[in-house]
Write a new protein. Structure first.
Length: 698
């Protein structure tokens, strides 16, 4: 059980004053917590990258040229704009010596008259600027009577925001969260703590969220580094514990000839690539060895991982065991089922699909799985619900792993007697990150592309040329091509300027009629299926989709992908999306549309996309380019599953965390676990608590 000391941090953010349902939703988006409501802990781990430092000015005659200031004065004059004029509303504030203009565009006169009545004394904070030599503060951050001056922070942290979430609202919620922070026992060993001169955990959070000066902020500050280290330490501890328990539950030497898999593969009509052959051989050796297999299969999109997994599953069933394949989304699970079932069934195997949806028929399938008449189960996380049992689960394959946590991987693995584990990732992960996510798993890489693949030509264009793009798509569709059209967000979202998939679909449907299809995450599962199969069918032409298609969707004859707002996507995501085309024998193209002006990082990303198709090269470039500033509310910055640690800043802390984790576990084994409770709290804090169970068992 979680130490009760941590309870306040695991209360929902919505329990804080000022956090209603709407704000809660926005907080969920900025903190990117995934499932469940955002917690106070999540707010605390949302760190400010910089701060506004305000100068208190005693007399307006001492104003600096520009900069953030706090001033006080009397409202001397209102200058309302003429009706229908686009000019701003100006309020002249003076202190007998000098005056400053407060400038408001699109403001209602009534609101200003209430906020800044003539003759009233007001304290104002904002960014001072000069315009025609006049001192101006456009849209002040704060306006209030002198007795509220204390509410203005001299140093105000600046948080990554999402559209619709006011900075002040977020800052207030975080300050309230900070007040809930208990004092925790130290989990870092004293030697390391002293050497690095890091503040304690709670001190670090206080330093970052309530900065005293603007200097000591950002990912390279000691406070942030300490927290990044904590997070890496928790993940390394979890990985080591998982690894240790996996070793303890010794595997089985599987027996099979490989003939079944060979027969299946020989029906494909193409031969495997050299790297596919190598991966299959390595997996066979693992399966036959008495130790448990823990192997990571990395391969760029379209490199043919599914077939490698199928071979492994066929081998396992030949020995009498069952195999499970877990995919991160329902669309993908269905697609795996559609690919694998015919091949496996032709070889006499029984394959069943388990998603959240088949509630009705699930009883029957579950029984079949439990008695062993189903050989291969394919599904989503529905596979590891407690009610699902296997007769003899011998192999677990997890596709697109980085979306699942170690936790989920373990739940599924717990269903068999130490089943062999094959994890597949489509985003090639640089070596340093392999260690972060997977610990010391054995790695197979599919570096070769299947023969006959046509290169994908990538072009970058401004969204202002949308008309030309639509025309190009129309010509292509006339020639029988299939097109993915990707929009970043769904219409219901607050992001008003996002090219909403629904709106775009409606427009394109006017040109393409019923052959324009729509796919997004909020559609009902049956509607999604219908859209996918209509797109696959001969009549399907344009599939307008959100990023739900990012993960593994395979329609080999789709040859064009248009990505709107490409500047909003991370490199890994763009590469994944682009990988939806170029899967068949047709020459393919990818069109990246951006909304100008382009920021420097976004420009660089699009350049990388234009120049290379090699997922491994892209992964390396990604690591270099990722910085804060491109956090637009979705998983675009940092590492998935990590709130604080950033590969580009904290890479070297990883080795340190790994060493520290080993040290902590070694202490435990010798029974010298003086700070066991502290370590346990650390694992809970960073949601690596599945590993705590292993600690107890161990
Ligand atoms: P990944 O999961 O690695 O992105 P898939 O396994 O989905 O890739 O394979 C992509 C496509 O390539 C599928 O249509 C598959 O049938 C095909 N394919 C896989 N291996 C080969 C090969 N050796 N030669 C030709 N086509 C292949
Ligand atoms: Mg795949």
């Amino acid at each position: 059980m979680r130490p009760s000391l941590l309870d306040p941090l695991f209360a929902e953010a919505a329990t804080l004053p000022g956090v209603g349902p709407k704000v809660e939703k926005l907080i969920a988006r900025v903190t990117d917590v995934g499932e469940g409501p955002p917690l106070i802990r999540d707010l605390l781990f949302h760190l400010p990258a910089s701060a506004i430092v305000r100068q208190r000015i005693a007399s307006l005659s001492e104003l600096p040229e520009t900069g953030h200031v706090i001033i006080e004065g009397v409202v001397e004059r209102h200058e309302a704009p003429r009706r229908h004029s686009r000019a701003p509303f100006r309020v002249i504030l003076g202190d007998g010596m000098e005056t400053v203009e407060l400038v408001f565009f699109n403001a209602r006169a009534g609101w200003i008259e209430k906020l800044l009545p003539l003759g009233a004394r007001r304290v104002v904070a904002g960014r001072l600027d000069r315009f025609d030599y006049r001192a101006q503060i456009p849209h002040p951050d704060f306006v209030g009577p002198p007795e509220e001056a204390g509410d203005i922070l001299a140093v105000e942290p600046v948080y990554p925001l999402t559209e619709g979430l006011a900075p002040r609202t977020l800052a207030k919620a975080i300050r309230a969260a900070l007040a809930k922070l208990p004092e925790l026992a130290e989990w870092i060993t004293p030697a390391l703590l002293n050497r690095e001169k890091w503040p304690s955990f709670d001190k670090a959070l206080n330093l970052l969220h309530l900065p005293q000066d603007g200097e000591a902020l950002g990912p390279e500050s000691p406070a942030w580094r300490r927290l990044a280290f904590d997070e890496l330490l928790a993940s390394q501890l979890a990985l080591l514990l998982v690894r240790a328990s996996a070793r303890k539950s010794a595997g089985k030497a599987r027996r099979f000839s490989g003939a079944r898999a060979e027969r299946m593969l020989s029906r494909l009509g193409f031969s495997l690539t050299g790297s596919q052959e190598q991966a299959i051989a390595a997996i066979r050796a693992d399966l036959r060895a008495p130790e448990r297999m823990l192997r990571l299969l990395q391969g760029d999109v379209g490199s043919g991982k599914t077939l490698v997994a199928l071979a492994a599953m066929a081998d396992i069933t030949e020995g009498g065991g069952q195999a499970a394949l877990m995919a991160p989304t329902e669309v993908l699970a269905r697609q795996h089922f559609a690919t694998i079932a015919p091949l496996a069934e032709a070889a006499g195997l029984k394959v069943a699909l388990f998603t959240g949806r088949e509630a009705g028929e699930r009883g029957e399938k579950r029984a079949a799985l439990a008695e062993g008449s189903i050989d291969i189960a394919i599904g989503t996380h529905a596979l590891f619900q407690e009610t699902v049992t296997f007769k003899d689960l011998a192999l677990v394959v997890v596709d697109e792993q980085h979306r699942f946590g170690v936790h989920q991987r373990m739940l599924l693995a717990a269903k068999g007697a130490a089943p062999d584990l094959l994890v597949m990732t489509a985003t090639p992960i640089p070596r340093t990150l392999v260690l972060t996510y997977f610990g010391d798993m054995a790695v197979s890489e599919l570096r070769e592309k299947p023969a006959g693949r046509q290169p994908i030509e990538t072009r970058v264009a401004s969204a202002e040329r949308l008309g030309e793009v639509v025309e190009r798509v129309r010509l292509a569709v006339e020639k029988g091509e299939k097109v993915y059209w990707v929009c970043p967000l769904v219409a219901e979202s607050e992001a008003s300027d996002a090219a909403a998939a629904e709106a775009r679909h409606k427009e394109l449907a006017e040109i393409f009629g019923a052959s324009a299809l729509l796919l997004h995450g909020r559609m009902k599962p049956a509607e999604k299926d219908a859209a996918m199969s209509a797109f696959r069918a001969a009549k399907g032409a344009v599939l307008v989709a959100t990023t739900v298609i990012e993960v593994g969707v395979d329609v080999p004859d789709a040859s064009i992908i248009v990505i709107e707002h490409a500047e909003r996507f991370g490199l890994a995501q763009l590469h994944q999306l682009r990988g939806r085309v170029g899967r068949g024998s047709k020459a393919s193209s990818c069109l990246l549309l951006y909304k100008p002006p382009l920021g420097e990082t976004a420009r660089e990303r699009l350049k990388v996309m234009r120049e290379t198709n090699d997922g491994f090269a892209i992964a390396e470039a990604d690591l270099k380019l990722r910085g804060e500033g491109d956090l637009l509310g979705t998983r675009q910055s940092g590492m998935p599953g990590f709130a604080i640690a950033r590969p580009e800043f904290h890479g070297e802390l990883l080795e340190l965390a790994r060493a520290e984790a080993k040290l902590i576990l070694a202490h435990r084994e010798r029974g010298e676990s003086a700070h066991e409770e502290a370590v346990r709290a650390l694992l809970y804090l960073f949601k690596r608590d599945a590993a705590v169970r292993l600690m107890r068992a161990g």
